[in-house]
Design a protein around this ligand. Structure first.
Ligand code: CA
Ligand code: CA
Length: 221
């Protein structure tokens, strides 16, 4: 009898594992600017080529819900050059000024407030895919502290020389901005990261010193 119970549990566990679903980021159309730009950087990932997506982020269905809405509160490190904070969560991912927030040059951040602690499985940021640029010092963090002083989990950091001075040399690679943005898993040891706030840093791009944010989406439970 005991054996039967154990194998039933094992089957249930296997079924739960098999039922993982891909997080569905809604992608804008690819930008058709022709040949990929030549970009030189010593921390840039190998080019996958236009139209080739990253592997999907697979999670149990309960963690696949989109947590951000057009009502998600957005704050920034400095006042925008152009655009409104709401543009980061308006659902429009067209690379133009009507749905893009532009922050001044230097290290800047955009922060989303989910209203309460959530179990976060993934974050995707679209900076500006208009010309396949590469953003510098892209860092994504989750915390329950709105000032990000305590209890901070870093889920992505490509500031390989710590020029943003957050105290850690990032191990992630720089990437080309394309229509799939940069989806990042927040599952650590197969568990979501708990937090109320998501903060995304950047420090200009290979195209211009200012910091563009088209959209940020957060998924989880
Ligand atoms: Ca937008
Ligand atoms: Ca850097």
């Amino acid at each position: 009898m005991k054996k039967l119970v154990i194998s039933a549990l094992a089957l249930a566990a296997a079924a739960a594992f098999a039922e993982k679903v891909a997080i569905k980021f809604e992608l804008p159309p690819p930008h058709s600017s022709g040949t990929p730009k030549e970009i030189k950087s010593d921390n840039l990932e190998k080019d996958r080529g236009p139209g080739k997506l990253r592997p999907p982020i697979m999670v149990e269905p309960e963690y696949a819900k989109k947590l951000t809405t057009e009502d998600t509160k957005v704050t920034t490190s400095e006042e925008a050059v152009t655009g409104e904070n709401e543009y980061v969560v308006d659902g429009d991912k067209t690379p133009d000024a009507t749905c893009m927030l532009q922050l001044p040059s230097g290290v800047q951040w955009v922060q989303l407030d989910l209203g309460a602690e959530h179990e976060i499985s993934a974050v995707c940021v679209w900076h500006d895919q208009g010309d396949e640029r590469v953003y510098k010092d892209v860092i994504m963090q989750i915390s329950n502290d709105p000032k990000f002083k305590e209890g901070v989990t870093t889920i992505f950091n490509n500031d390989h020389d710590d020029s943003a001075k957050l105290g850690t040399k990032g191990k992630d690679k720089e990437y080309r901005e394309r229509n799939d943005g940069r989806p990042v898993s927040a599952m650590i040891d197969d568990k979501p990261t708990k937090g109320r706030y998501v903060r995304c840093y950047s420090n200009g791009s290979t195209s211009e010193p200012i910091n563009n944010y088209i959209e940020i989406e957060v998924f989880g439970k």
